[in-house]
Write a protein that binds this ligand. Structure first.
Ligand code: SF4
Length: 374
C-alpha cells in the first residue's frame, strides 16, 4: 500500500528526481548536486516522504525533547553581524551584562528541579577570558552537580581561548576541566565565503568554526551544528554548508544534532529582506535530513520557528524539538519571533508531539533516554 502511494507520487516527478528518490530509499548517500536539485525542483510532498523515510529509519516515531534553561551572560559583543538583533556595544543603551553572582542566582532557582541541561551563549565581551567563564562553569557545577553544561559558540570560544593565550586544544581541555560538557551549534551562520563576508565578515571564519568543532570532538566534547538560512544566501550556499558539515562528521562523528535556524528580520541590518515562508522552512528541514545522512538528529528549535511549524516539521525529517527553555532566552524574541517569552512545560511539549502522532521521549543532552511518554 505504502509502496503504491510512493509510486503514485513519483509518477509526477522528473526522471532526475526519481533517481534521487530511489537512492534515498536504497540508503545511498546523495551528492551535493543532487541535494541542489532537491532544493530547486522537488515537490514539498516528495521531500516530506523522503525525509520522513530517513527520520523513521533512524528513530521510528520517537521525538526528543529535554528540560533545559538558557543563560545569556551578555549582549555586549565586539562583532556586528548584520543579521543580529541582539548585539549592543559596551556602555550603550540596551547593553547588559549579568555578574557572576546574578548568573549563579539564576542557577540556584533550579535546585531540586528536574532540569538536565543549561545552555549558555551570548555576545563576545571584550574583557572576558576563558578563566572568567571557566570559574562560572565550575560554580554552576557546585550548585547543580548533575547538570550538563552546553556552552559557548565557536565564535565565543575562539575569542576567550585566544585572550587567555591557549591553543584551541589546550583551551578546550581547560574548559572541560572547569565543567564544560558539550558545545552548542551557534556561530556557524553560513560557511560560504561569498555570503559570510557580506553578513558577518568580522567574526570567526568558517574554517575556524569547523576547526574548533573538530578539536572539541577530538578532546571528547560532543557538539551540535547550525545554519542561519533565509537571508541573502541561495540554495547552492546552503548545500555547500551541509557538505562541509557532512565531511567533518565523516571524520569525527562528534555532532549530535543539526539545527536549521531561520533568519528573523526585526531590529537588524537585514530588515529589508522578507522572511522565508513556512513551505521553505519545511523544505529546508527535509533536504537537511536527506543530505546529512551521518547526523543522528535534526532539530526544530521552536523559539525560532514557532510551535506550529515545529510540530509540522515532525513530518519533514525533524525528530527533536529542543526543550522547555523556561523563558530564559532573548535572542529570537529580539529578532521578531512570535513568542516573546519562550517557555513550554513538559506537558505542553508532550502534547505537541502526541498531536503529531509521535512518541515523546525526554532525553538528556547527549540523547540518553530520561523518560518515554506513551
Ligand atoms: S551574532 Fe553573535 S557574534 Fe555576531 S554580533 Fe550577534 S552576538 Fe556578536
Amino acid at each position: 500500500m505504502k509502496n503504491n502511494i510512493y509510486t503514485e507520487i513519483l509518477l509526477h516527478e522528473s526522471s532526475e528526481i526519481i533517481a534521487i528518490a530511489e537512492k534515498v530509499f536504497r540508503f545511498e548517500r546523495i551528492t551535493p548536486e543532487e541535494g541542489l536539485i532537491l532544493f530547486q525542483k522537488a515537490e514539498l510532498s516528495l521531500l516530506g516522504i523522503l525525509a520522513n523515510f530517513v527520520r523513521e529509519t533512524k528513530h521510528g516515531d520517537k521525538t526528543y525533547f529535554n528540560r533545559n534553561f538558557h543563560i545569556e551572560p551578555t549582549n555586549i559583543c565586539i562583532y556586528n553581524c548584520k543579521f543580529c538583533s541582539y548585539v549592543r556595544k559596551i556602555n550603550t543603551e540596551g547593553a547588559w551584562e549579568f555578574s557572576k553572582e546574578d548568573i549563579l542566582e539564576k542557577v540556584k532557582q533550579y535546585i531540586g528541579q528536574p532540569v538536565t541541561e543549561v545552555h549558555i551563549v551570548g555576545g563576545v565581551h571584550p574583557n572576558r577570558d576563558l578563566h572568567y567563564y571557566g570559574d562560572i562553569l565550575s560554580e554552576i557545577k557546585k550548585i547543580l552537580p548533575n547538570i550538563h553544561i552546553k556552552a559557548f559558540t565557536a565564535v565565543e570560544l575562539e575569542f576567550m581561548i585566544k585572550k587567555s593565550k591557549y591553543s584551541i586544544e589546550e583551551g578546550l581541555k581547560r574548559l572541560k576541566e572547569y565543567g564544560l560538557d558539550s558545545i552548542p551549534g551557534g556561530g556557524a551562520e553560513i560557511f560560504h565565503p561569498d555570503i559570510r563576508s557580506q553578513v558577518c565578515d568580522e567574526k570567526s571564519s568558517s574554517e575556524n568554526w569547523l576547526l574548533i568543532h573538530e578539536t572539541a570532538h577530538k578532546v571528547g566534547l560532543p557538539s551540535n551544528a547550525t545554519i542561519l538560512y533565509g537571508h541573502i544566501e541561495n540554495y547552492s550556499h546552503r548545500i555547500d554548508h551541509l557538505k562541509k558539515l557532512r565531511e567533518l562528521q565523516d571524520k569525527t562523528g562528534g555532532f549530535n544534532t543539526f539545527i536549521p535556524l531561520k533568519f528573523r528580520k526585526e531590529n537588524n541590518r537585514l530588515s529589508h529582506i522578507e522572511e522565508t515562508s513556512s513551505v521553505e522552512d519545511l523544505k529546508n528541514y527535509a533536504v537537511s535530513r536527506i543530505f546529512l545522512d551521518n547526523f543522528p538528529h535534526i532539530k526544530a528549535y521552536w523559539p525560532s520557528i514557532g510551535k506550529d511549524i515545529a510540530q509540522l516539521s515532525l513530518s519533514f525529517g525533524v525528530d527533536d524539538i529542543d526543550g522547555t527553555i523556561d523563558d530564559s532566552t532573548k535572542i529570537y524574541s529580539m529578532a521578531g519571533a512570535e513568542d516573546k517569552n519562550p517557555k513550554m512545560t513538559t506537558e505542553d511539549l508532550v502534547l505537541l508531539i502526541k498531536e503529531a502522532k509521535r512518541v515523546a521521549v525526554e532525553r538528556d543532552t547527549v540523547y540518553n533516554t530520561v523518560k518515554i511518554y506513551n
